[in-house]
Design a protein around this ligand. Structure first.
Ligand SMILES: CC(C)(COP(=O)(O)OP(=O)(O)OC[C@H]1O[C@@H](n2cnc3c(N)ncnc32)[C@H](O)[C@@H]1OP(=O)(O)O)[C@@H](O)C(=O)NCCC(=O)NCCS
Length: 204
């Protein structure tokens, strides 16, 4: 997913969507019409644009990587749209704790008996941050976990996002380099929802 994998200049080159708002802009009005739906291969261009805006070049994933995740577990690829423009997305899937998914994996094999949900990627367009879109997507993840009877989550935090995750109930695990020179922290959470500890007590 680094440039040589084709995420820049090809499908990844920033383009205006055929309808809706330019990438990076957002109607911040409280009543703005927002919708969450499964991501599809047709959304790849917008996905790559948003990804380039949200991540440092070392962390960019290829179109093939996005496609393989969509194919392996369609409900785990969710986009939040406003007037047809992708404002935020999340990729997650059932997982067996212990290992993590390498960056830009081109194939995803789901475990027969998962014990957690793995949140691989969560990104909000810069112009749309602070509006609760990340939390809206995580609420969707929590519904899946509940339907599957799963109460554990794990992820790899990058770009100094550890505090964001801690505020949602995650605890820090081991620190490592996700790719060379890029620090990351494995994080875990027990419990059904992503509610800030100060908002309510988690009954789990
Ligand atoms: C991290 C990210 C997804 C948060 O998006 P957002 O739109 O600000 O999230 P929300 O509006 O839903 O905010 C959720 C809460 O997290 C808080 N928050 C947001 N960014 C934070 C940060 N970097 N550190 C601590 N708290 C943060 C918000 O204030 C909000 O708190 P509240 O519920 O008490 O009001 C966004 O900054 C992003 O896309 N970053 C780049 C991609 C990235 O690094 N993703 C994480 C990869 S592991």
């Amino acid at each position: 997913m680094v440039p040589e994998h084709g995420s820049r200049g090809g499908e990844g080159a920033a383009r205006l969507p055929s309808h809706g708002m330019p990438p990076g802009t957002c109607d911040r009005a409280a009543g703005a019409n927002r919708a969450i739906r499964d991501l599809e291969p047709n959304d790849i261009r917008q996905l790559l644009s948003l990804q380039e805006e949200a991540y440092i070049p070392e962390l960019l994933e290829s179109p093939e990587s996005f496609r393989s995740k969509m194919a392996a577990y369609p409900p785990g690829a969710q986009g939040l749209f406003q007037a047809g423009t992708l404002c935020a997305y999340v990729f997650y899937f059932p997982w067996r704790s212990g290992g993590y998914l390498p960056l830009d994996a081109r194939s995803l094999v789901l475990p027969g008996v998962p014990d957690c949900l793995y949140i691989h990627d969560l990104a909000v367009s810069r112009g749309c941050r602070g509006l609760g879109m990340a939390k809206a997507l995580l609420a969707k993840v929590a519904v899946t976990a509940q339907q599957m009877g799963i109460r554990e989550y794990m992820l790899v935090a990058v770009q100094q996002s550890e505090e964001f995750w801690e505020n949602l109930g995650f605890e820090r695990g081991r620190e490592f380099e996700y790719v060379e020179g890029v620090p990351a922290t494995v994080m875990f959470k027990h419990g059904p929802s992503f509610t800030h500890a100060s908002e309510t007590s988690d009954p789990s």
